[in-house]
Unconditional design. Structure first.
Length: 410
C-alpha cells in the first residue's frame, strides 16, 4: 500500500527553494508514495514543471492571503486575517528595532502565522508524512494530521534569520525532524537552537544533471551575444543577501582596470530598483546587464565564461551547483557556508567577501585561462547528480515512522 505524503509550500515562483522542490518531486518513487502538494497560492512559473503524478490540492482562500497586500485581502472579506497582518507588522516593527533591514522579514512572517492561526482551517486528510518545505512551519505543526512531520531549513540561520527565538523554537519542537540543506546550514541552525540537535539532519538539494543540461539547450540566450568579450553570469533574487550591489561596484572597478567584460544578471526582486540606480550612477548600462526574470536560466549560464555568486549569505546556492553541472568555472564569495559549496581551487574558487575580493577573484580567472580550463574539466568530471539524497529521505521517513509505531504500541 502506498504511503501518503503531504508537501506544503507558499507558491512556485522562480527561486532556489522552489527549484529544489521540483527536483525532489521529480525524484520520488511514485510506485511507493502518493504525493499531495499544498500550495498556499496557485502561482509561479514552476507550476508547469510539476510531475503528472503529483496531486495539486485545491487552493484554500485563507492561506492564499499570505504575502499579499493587506488592502487586497481585506477587500476580499478576510477582515480578521487583515487585522492579524496589521498586528504582526506593528509587533515586528517594535521587535526589529536596531535590526538590519535584510533580517526583518522572517520575524514578521512568524507573527503573521501566529496571529492568523485561529482563522486557518485544518486539512482533513490524514497523512503518513508531512513535509513543510519553507518556514515558518506553523501550518505543518498545527494544521496537518501526519504521523511524521519534517521541516526544511534552506538558509544560514545564525547569520540571516533573526527569529523570535521562543516562538520559533516552539514550532521547531513540533516537528519530528529538521532537515537542513547542508552540513554548514545544520551547524548554523544549531548555534541558534543547540537543544534541538537530536532533531536535525542534513539533506542536499536534489538536482537532476540531465534536466539542467537539457534545459540549457532550449533557447539561444540571445541577450548574451557571441562577441569577443569576457562574459560573467549571476542568478538570484535582488536582495541584500545576494550581494548584487557589491557586484555593480566590482564591475565598475574591473572596467576601470581595463578588463573587457560584460556581467549578466538573471533575476528579479525588491532591490532591483536600487541596483538599476547604481548601474546608471556609474554608467555601466552596457557592462552590467539586468536580464530580468527567466523561467530557464540555464542557457545564460551555459554561454558565460565564468559564473559568479557574489552573496553575503547562502544556505546552499542551487545555481552554483547547476553552473558546475554545465562545466562553468565558478567564483563564490566566502559567505559562512561557502566551503560546503565547492572544493576551493578544484571545481571553483572562493574569494574574499568584499568588493575587492570579487574584483581580485574575477581578475584572476580572467587572466588565467589555464585555471578556467582546469576548473571546467573538473566540474565536467564530477558527478553532481545527488539522487542518493532521495534514499536518505526515504530512510528518514522509515526511521521516524518506526518511532511513531512504537509510541502507538506503548
Amino acid at each position: 500500500m502506498k504511503r501518503k505524503i503531504l508537501i506544503s509550500m507558499y507558491s512556485l515562483n522562480i527561486g532556489g527553494a522552489e527549484r529544489s522542490l521540483i527536483g525532489l518531486l521529480e525524484s520520488i518513487n511514485y510506485n511507493k508514495f502518493e504525493v499531495d502538494l499544498f500550495l498556499y497560492r496557485h502561482e509561479g512559473e514552476f507550476i508547469k514543471f510539476l510531475p503528472n503524478e503529483v496531486n495539486l490540492l485545491p487552493e484554500i482562500k485563507q492561506y492564499s492571503t499570505f504575502e499579499r497586500p493587506i488592502k487586497d485581502i481585506i477587500l476580499e472579506g478576510h477582515i480578521y486575517l487583515g487585522m492579524a497582518r496589521v498586528l504582526a507588522k506593528l509587533k515586528a516593527k517594535i521587535k526589529n528595532r536596531g535590526v538590519k533591514k535584510d533580517q526583518k522579514t522572517y520575524k514578521q512572517m512568524q507573527y503573521v502565522w501566529h496571529y492568523s492561526m485561529l482563522m486557518l482551517p485544518h486539512l482533513k486528510e490524514v497523512y503518513d508524512v508531512g513535509i513543510s518545505f519553507l518556514g515558518p512551519h506553523n501550518f505543518m505543526v498545527q494544521k496537518v494530521f501526519a504521523k511524521v512531520k519534517l521541516g526544511w531549513n534552506h538558509t544560514d540561520y545564525f547569520t540571516t534569520v533573526n527569529p523570535d527565538i521562543k516562538m520559533d523554537e516552539r514550532i521547531w519542537q513540533g516537528l519530528d525532524c529538521i532537515v537542513n540543506v547542508s552540513k554548514d546550514c545544520e551547524g548554523s541552525f544549531l548555534k541558534v537552537f543547540p537543544n534541538l540537535s537530536h532533531k536535525t539532519t542534513f539533506l542536499e538539494n536534489i538536482i537532476s544533471p540531465t534536466f539542467v543540461k537539457e534545459q540549457s539547450k532550449l533557447n539561444s540566450g540571445n541577450e548574451m551575444p557571441n562577441e569577443d568579450i569576457f562574459k560573467i553570469c549571476s542568478v538570484g533574487r535582488f536582495s541584500k543577501a545576494k550581494g548584487f550591489d557589491m557586484a555593480v561596484l566590482a564591475c565598475k572597478n574591473l572596467v576601470e582596470l581595463g578588463i573587457n567584460i560584460k556581467w549578466y544578471i538573471v533575476g528579479y526582486g525588491g532591490e532591483e530598483e536600487n541596483i538599476r540606480k547604481l548601474v546608471k550612477k556609474y554608467n555601466l548600462e552596457d557592462k552590467f546587464i539586468l536580464l530580468g526574470k527567466k523561467i530557464n536560466p540555464y542557457p545564460y549560464i551555459k554561454r558565460c565564461d565564468i559564473y559568479c555568486q557574489p552573496s553575503r549569505y547562502e544556505g546552499k546556492a542551487v545555481t552554483v551547483r547547476e553552473a558546475q553541472i554545465l562545466g562553468k568555472p565558478v567564483l563564490i564569495t566566502n559567505y559562512p557556508t561557502a566551503k560546503s559549496q565547492l572544493d576551493n581551487g578544484f571545481d571553483g574558487v572562493i574569494c574574499e567577501l568584499s568588493i575587492q575580493g570579487i574584483v581580485d577573484g574575477i581578475r584572476k580567472l580572467y587572466m588565467d585561462s589555464k585555471l578556467r580550463d582546469e576548473l571546467s574539466k573538473n566540474c565536467l568530471k564530477n558527478d553532481y547528480g545527488n539522487m542518493a539524497e532521495v534514499n536518505k529521505l526515504y530512510n528518514l521517513i522509515d526511521q521516524y515512522e518506526k518511532s511513531f509505531d512504537k509510541k502507538v504500541i506503548v
